[in-house]
Write a protein that binds this ligand. Sequence first.
Ligand SMILES: Cc1cc2nc3c(=O)[nH]c(=O)nc-3n(C[C@H](O)[C@H](O)[C@H](O)COP(=O)(O)OP(=O)(O)OC[C@H]3O[C@@H](n4cnc5c(N)ncnc54)[C@H](O)[C@@H]3O)c2cc1C
Length: 501
Amino acid sequence: MKKPMLATLAALTALLNLPLLAANEKVLRPDIVVVGAGASGTAAALEAAEHGAKVLVLEKQAVPGGTGNMAEGLFAAESSLQQRQGIIVTRDMAFKTIMDYSHWLANPRIAMAFVNRSADTIDWLKGEGVKFEYIGPGGPGGPLTWHVMVGHSRQMLSTLRERFAALGGEILLETPGQALIQEKGRVTGILAQNKAGDHLRIEAKAVIIATGGFANNKEMLKKYARYPEVIPVGNVGKDGDGLRMAWAAGAAQDTMITQSYRPGLAGFAPNSHLIAAAVQPYLWVDTKGIRYTDESTVVLWPYSTNKLEKIGGTAYSIYDEATRKFLEDEKGIPIPMGEWLLTNTKLTKLDKELAAELAKNNGNVVKADTLEGLAQALKMDPAALKATVAVNNQDADSHQDSVFGKNPIYQRAMRTPPFYATKLHPRDLGTLGGVMINEQMQAVTPARDPIPGLYVVGNDASGMYGDSYDLLLGGGTLGFAVNSGRIAADHAVLAAGIRKP
Ligand SMILES: Cc1cc2nc3c(=O)[nH]c(=O)nc-3n(C[C@H](O)[C@H](O)[C@H](O)COP(=O)(O)OP(=O)(O)OC[C@H]3O[C@@H](n4cnc5c(N)ncnc54)[C@H](O)[C@@H]3O)c2cc1C
C-alpha cells in the first residue's frame, strides 16, 4: 500500500514542479538569502528588508555578529559627522590612499564605490539609531576616518538586528549554508542544515555571501596565506565556507591576505596587559638577539607584522624593570590598543599576567637578573644581545636611533634588572578576500562576467587590497563590510524587481 502512495505523491509533486522532499527536508522561499549574520550580512539583510524584500539570514554560530562583535568603528569620508567637526578627508584623497597603498592592485571601481557610499552609511546608521562617540585615526596622527560608535560594533549590530526583526526579517542560528543551488548559470538558492538536522533547501532570487573569510581554516591558510601559522584574534568557525561555495559556482579566485594585527601570542585577548606591554615600541630583537625593525611601525600594524613574517615569525620584545614600572605604575602606555586600552592606561595587571605566564614555563615569557641569563634562556648568543642593548642604551641617552631612525620618544634604556622578554608572533584579525567581485558586489567569473543571483561581501570579497591590509584609513574593513553589504542588497533587490531603479 505504501509504495503506490509514494509513487502518486512523486507524480503529483513532479506535475506541480515541486521538489520531492525527504522527511527532514524543508523548502523555504525568501526573496533574498544572506549567508552569515556578521557585520556585512546584517547590513545587507536590513538594507534589503528596507526595500521591501523578504529576507532570510543563515548564521553558523549560536550567537550572531561574528567578528563584527569585536570592532569599534568604521571608515567614512566626507561624512556629516566629519564635516560638523571640520575634519577634511575628501573622497578623492581616501580613494587615492587606498589605491596608492595597494600599488593599484586594488580594484579602483570597488574602492570608489566603497568610498562614495561611506558618508551615506554613517547617516543611515544614525537613522537606524546607532550613536557615534568620536572620529579617530587608523594609527596615531593619521587622517580622522574611524567613526567609533557608542557600544562599538556589537551594539551597532544589535540595533540593526532589532530593526531587521521589526521588518519581519528572520535569522536562523546554528544553520550554516552548505552549497549553492545553481540553474543554468544563475544562483537560485542555497542548501543548509539546521541544528535539528533538517536539510533546508532555500530558493531565492539572490544569495548574498557574507561568511567572513577563512581565518580558522588551517589548510586554506597553508595554501593562500603568506605566513600560514598566523594567530587569529576574534575569529571563530571561519572556515572559508563562502569562498568555497562561490568558487564552486564559478566565481574567480582573487587576492587573499591576512588582516595583520599587532604581533603577540596565541590565547590573549586584545586587552591583555602582557601583550600591550610587549608591543610598545621599545626594543624588539630577532631570535639571534639583533634588532630587526623600527619598533614604532607597530602603530600601523601591517608594517610590523610584514617585517616579522619576513624574519621567520618569531621575535622578542625586551624591557627591564624600570620600563615595567613605567608602564604599570607611572605613565602607562604611549601607544593605545585601539579602544581596548587607551593611551596612558596604566597596565595594572602586568605583574600578575607576567607571573602567570612565567609559571607556565612555556617560553612565551622569560625573566632573568642579567642580560646573559636572558640571552641563555632565549638560546641567543649573549654577546649579540648585549651588543644590541648597548647600542639601544647609547641611543636612548643621546635621544636618537642610530640604527633605524625611530622617533626618540620611544627610546628607553635597559639597565635595571630584572629583564623581561616576551615572544612575538604574527597575529591577524581575519582574512581578507578570495572571491572576485565587481563594484555592485556581484561575484564574477574569471572572464569578469557577473554570476546572476550571487553577491559576495565583507571579508569574503577581494578588491580592496594589494599585498597588505591598509591601516592608513581607520575603520576600513568594518566600513567595507557594512558598505559592501548595503551595495549588494541594493543591487539584488533591483535585479529581483523588488525595487524600481
Ligand atoms: C579585535 C578586533 C577589532 C576590530 N576592530 C575593527 C575596527 O575598529 N574597525 C574595522 O574596520 N574593523 C575592525 N575589525 C575587523 C572587522 O570586525 C571585520 O572586518 C568585520 O567584522 C568583517 O565583517 P564580515 O561580515 O565579513 O565578517 P563577520 O563580521 O565575522 O561575519 C561573518 C559571519 O558569517 C558566519 N558564517 C561563517 N560561515 C558561515 C556559513 N557557512 N553559514 C552561515 N554563516 C556563516 C560567521 O559565524 C559570522 O557570524 C576588528 C576585528 C577584531 C578581531
